[in-house]
Every structure is written in C-alpha cells, then in structure tokens.
Design a binder for this molecule. Sequence first.
Ligand SMILES: Cc1cc2nc3c(=O)[nH]c(=O)nc-3n(C[C@H](O)[C@H](O)[C@H](O)COP(=O)(O)OP(=O)(O)OC[C@H]3O[C@@H](n4cnc5c(N)ncnc54)[C@H](O)[C@@H]3O)c2cc1C
Length: 475
Amino acid sequence: MSAAPAASVALEALRRNCAEVPLLTLGEDTAPYLTDHRRLYHGQALAVALPRSAAQVSALLACCHSLGIAVVPQGGNTSYCGGATPDESGQQLVIGLGHMNRVRAIDTANYSITVEAGCLLAHVQRAADAAGCYFPLELGSAGSCQIGGNLATNAGGLNVLRFGMARELALGIEAVLPDGRVFQRLRSLRKDNTGYDLKSLLIGSEGTLGIITAATLKLWPPLRRRATAFVAVADVAAAIALLAQLRAAAGERLHSFELLPRAAVELACRFIADTRAPLDGAHAWYVLCELSSFVDEPLDELLQNALVQASSLGWVLDAALAASEAQRRAFWSLRETIPEAQRRAGPGVKHDISVPVSALPAFVAEASAWVRREVPAGTLVAYGHAGDGNLHFNINWLGGAAAADVARQEPLIRRAIHDLVVAHGGSISAEHGIGRLKVAELQHYTSPVELDLMREIKRALDPKGIMNPGKLLAP
Ligand SMILES: Cc1cc2nc3c(=O)[nH]c(=O)nc-3n(C[C@H](O)[C@H](O)[C@H](O)COP(=O)(O)OP(=O)(O)OC[C@H]3O[C@@H](n4cnc5c(N)ncnc54)[C@H](O)[C@@H]3O)c2cc1C
C-alpha cells in the first residue's frame, strides 16, 4: 500500500468529498469502534464514518482509493478474530455500517428478503417472522452482529447442519468495491449461471475486497414443530454414532447437533445465574440435539424412539426431552452461555476448528491427550457444532493463571492443535474467519498455489491494498 496522507489532509478530503456522511473523530465517540469484542486488540483510527446509503459508502471508498487511505469495515464488532478492529497507526478509517439498517423488501411468494448490511441478525429474523417466514441463521451474537458482518465472515452457527452457512443463505448482494464502484447483484434467483460467482467471492472475504451494503437472503416457511433433547453419551464416538442414527431416522428434520463436555456444562452452571444441568449424575459428554419440521407432525415421538434405540445400542446413557418451550430455551441457554462462562472463568486459548465428522473421535482423543500431557494446568473445554464437524477446542486455566503466561504459551499450543487438525483433514478456521488473529496460521497451512490465487484476486480488486490491511492475508 502507498504511503498514507497526513491525518489532517485525509480528514479534510473526507469532509470535502463526503460532506453528508457523519464522521466521528472525538475519543469518546470513536472508543467503542477501536477494541474488539474479546478485547484482544486496541487500535486507533483516523475517524469513524457512519454512512446511511450505498451511495455514501461509494463516495467514501472513492475518496479513500484516490488518497490511499486504509479502510476497516465494521459491522456489529463481534468478530472473534479481531477482523473489524483498526491497527494502532491512527491512519485507518473505520466505516461502521450500523446506520444502514432498513429492510428493503420481503417477497413471501419467492421466499426472499432484501436487507441493508447494518441490520442486526435478530432484526432480520424478526422481520422474516413477522412476514410468516423463517430465516435460519442463528448465532449466540444475533442481538449484536449484523447481516453484513455475517456475510463478510460467512458465519456458521447453530443451524448449519440443516440450512448451511451464511453463503448458502444469500441469493444476491450489493457491495461497494475498493475504488467506489457499486457491484449490484441483488437478484433473488435460485438459478443463475451467468459467469463467475462474484457474490460468493465477496462473501467470506472479511472486508478485504469491498464493503457489502445489502443482501437478498433465502427464507423458509415457518417451523411448526420442534423436538429437543439433552443427552448423555459415553464418548465422542458414541455421539457420532448417535448423529448418524438421527440422520437416518429424521432425515432433513435434524436441525442442530451440539456436543458439550462435562467441563462446559459445569462452567455454565458455575458462572451463569439460573443455569442448571438438565440431567442428574455426571457424564463425560453430552449432546444437545433438535429436530424441526415445517409441518405438524409428532417429532417428540420420533426423537424419543431414536434415543431409545440408541440407548439399546449403548450410545445413549441418559436423556431429557424438553417438555415445554421454557425447558427447550433452558437447554439452549446453557449451550449459548458457555462462551461467557469461559470468559468469566479466566484466561484461555481458543481454537475454531473443523474436521470431517468421521474424524472427530480420533481428533478429540489425540488432541485431548496432547493437552493433558503438555498443558497440565489447563482444562479442555471442547464444545460446539459437532453435527458439521466444528468444535471450539478451547483450553481454560481454571486454577487461575496470569493472562501474560497464557499468552506466552498460546502460539505453541495453537500450532500443535492446528497441526493435529490438518493431519485429520480439517480446517484451522471453521466459521470465525482469519481476521488479525490467524493471518500467520493461514499463511503457514495454505498451499502456495492457493495463497498466490488469493493474492492475485486481492490485487485485481484492491490494487492499492486499502481494504482492511493486515487482515486475512499477510502483506
Ligand atoms: C456470543 C458470540 C457468539 C458467537 N457465535 C458464533 C457462531 O456460532 N458462529 C459464527 O460463525 N460466529 C459466531 N460469533 C462470531 C461473530 O458473531 C460472527 O463472526 C459474526 O458474523 C460477525 O458479525 P459482525 O457484524 O459483528 O461483524 P464484525 O465483527 O463487525 O466484522 C467481522 C469481519 O467482517 C468485516 N465486515 C463487517 N461488516 C462488513 C460489511 N458490511 N462489508 C464487508 N465487510 C464487513 C469486518 O471488517 C471484519 O473483518 C459469535 C460471537 C459472539 C460474541
């Protein structure tokens, strides 16, 4: 990237060329935009711009492109890998999308909704609901993350097993390219084979190729029935056997399949008020699974029969079926508060990994043995979306540890766990992206050909390298 202009010159140009865009420059106004959700990174910014339309984003990027001002797009700022935080130079412009939060259209006959990028995920879910439809993307951060951020990170979450990741939910996008041109592809088509899939390239690019300003998303009919169970299983192999059995018994009705170790349940019960373990006794592993249906059919019975059969095969040790909506919510609340419980429990090291579902038992066994041997003071809390092979393979220091000590050990631990992930055919970033946290890891584990292609794409779309520098790709 070429040398940035002096701050005063850059600000003067932004004020002159983008006079209608609110620009925050005072410390107390910009502070919330300068630190990431996990408080791993603390940056500085030239200013924070809060555009209200794609035209305003276009004017901002055209100005930044011509002057060589680096830009950091920011949605709800819930990134787990520092993707939306500016660096420490004070020369980057943060563009916050939160003011672009309108639902532009809902087409119930086409089962699609068009929303601006700054809509909160929870807002999109509610808008779909109000129109008698269902939008299936579901993350613990739904009340704070934005749909633009979800698409920019290709977010996953709790319902990937049935509905796929954010990319699979998008029919079209509108995005502003680094030089200010607007890429208009807000089509709502299920079939559209007209050349390269540029929409998919921008999705998951973490703000390094452009700024998503709107999207057309798929909707489904409303869910009529759900059946949810909290299940104790002997080990990870038994959980994976149960997964296969539920798939066979329920087919596409299998909505979610989460794996939780006892340590995760205990942490949630200890640190989160009003949280209780759903089953008596202590078991090594638990599964939280849910079936759903668009039609009114006896799902509880289906789930119960499948669990009885799995129990006769020795995979299921105990189970509680949610008898009410309140109980269902309590099961999910326990699952969704694990990250917060971990945060309160003290310092830790986090990995967002995936392996083929069939490789999960061997991976967990090997990686757990490594942690027991090499990090004896750490407690493994490996939980997550096991139905799609994704685990948050985290280690907490429950006996207490200085954050600096944990940070010192982190690179070695991360490399060892990621080596094992790759040996099992897995990914070092299942759903959170690369951001700032995993730039070196991406560089280390990606083939030269793939890295070359990524750099060539980046150069073609962003020749001046102004978009989110220092994120995703190493300079
Ligand atoms: C409690 C909690 C639970 C979570 N659970 C999950 C989960 O289950 N699955 C999961 O995948 N993630 C999860 N996350 C992580 C996070 O919520 C997701 O990555 C989310 O998609 C980020 O959205 P955001 O709007 O907060 O984006 P931000 O954090 O603001 O930005 C993320 C990245 O996208 C870029 N970006 C943001 N908006 C745009 C835009 N409009 N155009 C271009 N680039 C943009 C940023 O530059 C940055 O690189 C969780 C986070 C929390 C705090």
